[in-house]
Design a protein around this ligand. Structure first.
Ligand code: GDP
Length: 322
């Protein structure tokens, strides 16, 4: 597929550059001949509409990649519905409208695979959007993200701007959130496996039944796919970003345990929710650009584990052995 947006000499604003995805995008953009713009929370509060408008008018980016979001795992979504809906709607609306006012020509909005109906046919194609009820545990976040992709579509239709949306599958990797209460499954299991090893415990507790299936994509692969879309994709419809392969949570737990080491038995806490039974994206549209992931799940998990251990050593994460 040919390039529709040449990054050379462009000013690209990465909103949310401190997060797992944003920092991977910054790493990936370093290989392009473009200027990367970022703003710390102290410099720019994305919840403040006037501040975002001012910032955009002053800095005049040529493109915006929106990786800023309030994210969290299954329990965090369930506990903080107002934050997940309000913060995400306001931040994305400020960024999209602020970009439009400042005549930013290209916008890449990032959503999530949870925008799709709970019982969407698998693998989930982009066309499954709004064909059924959402998974209730994360519908707050999902509704915000659906509004974001629709807003990009609306600006595109009404004003002819090149605003596109990508919906990544479950991402993991360096920079992930390793807090057990709010994290997604990969960092949670990795941390729990290390804590079990440290305590000499023989069990690793996995939430739910272990039977749900999830697709995972290493964050540097995701960043590479997103920059590929930024350069080559220009269309009304959003694009799924995934690896095209999924595994059960039980299998994921076994893989994580084997990487961390320590001889643990996996036990299931069925008082915790399973969430959606399966969530595999149809990646035909993305793969049609020629893009493919580079990291196997095992390789990506090994890299994540190395990053995690370095941060434990530095004292950024304190492992509880109790
Ligand atoms: P989801 O993909 O939106 O459901 O988000 P999560 O990554 O939080 O959860 C994925 C699956 O992993 C769900 O079925 C969870 O019940 C399961 N899971 C198993 N153990 C854990 C854990 O320790 N933390 C989290 N967040 N999920 C877990």
């Amino acid at each position: 597929m040919g390039e529709t947006f040449d990054l050379r000499g462009k000013r690209v604003f990465v909103a949310g550059h401190r997060g797992m995805v944003g920092s991977a995008i910054v790493r990936r953009l370093a290989a392009e001949d473009c200027e990367i713009l970022t703003a710390t929370r102290a410099e720019l509060d994305l919840l403040d509409q006037a501040g975002v408008r001012r910032w955009m008018a002053d800095r005049r980016p040529d493109a915006v990649v929106m990786a800023a979001a309030k994210v969290g795992g299954i329990l965090a979504n369930d506990r903080f519905p107002a934050d997940f809906l309000y913060d995400n709607v306001v931040v994305q609306t400020n960024l999209i409208e602020g970009a439009f006012r400042a005549e930013v020509g290209k916008f890449l909005f990032l959503g999530s695979s949870c925008i799709y109906p709970k019982f969407a046919p698998q693998p989930i194609s982009e066309d499954a959007l709004l064909t059924g009820a959402l998974e209730p545990t994360n519908e707050w976040y999902a509704i915000a993200k659906i509004a974001g992709l629709k807003l990009c579509q609306a600006y595109r239709r009404q004003y002819g701007v090149d605003y596109i949306s990508a919906m990544p599958t479950n991402l993991y990797g360096p920079g992930d959130n390793f807090h057990l209460e709010s994290s997604h499954v990969v960092p949670a299991l990795m941390r729990k496996a290390h804590e079990a090893k440290l305590a000499g415990r023989k069990t690793l507790t996995v939430w739910g039944t272990g039977t749900p299936m999830r697709e995972f994509l290493y964050v540097d692969d995701a960043a590479d796919a997103l920059i590929c879309l930024l350069k080559t994709y220009s269309s009304d419809s959003h694009v799924n970003v995934g690896s095209g392969q999924d595994i059960t949570i039980a299998e994921l737990a076994r893989t994580v345990a084997s990487i961390v080491g320590g001889d643990v038995e996996i036990v299931f806490d069925t008082t915790k929710p399973d969430g959606t039974p399966r969530k595999l994206l149809d990646v035909t549209r993305l793969f049609a650009t020629g893009w493919r992931p580079r990291y196997s799940l095992r390789k990506g998990l090994e890299q994540t584990n190395e990053w995690f251990l370095r941060h434990v050593e530095k004292g950024d994460v304190r492992l509880g052995a109790a």
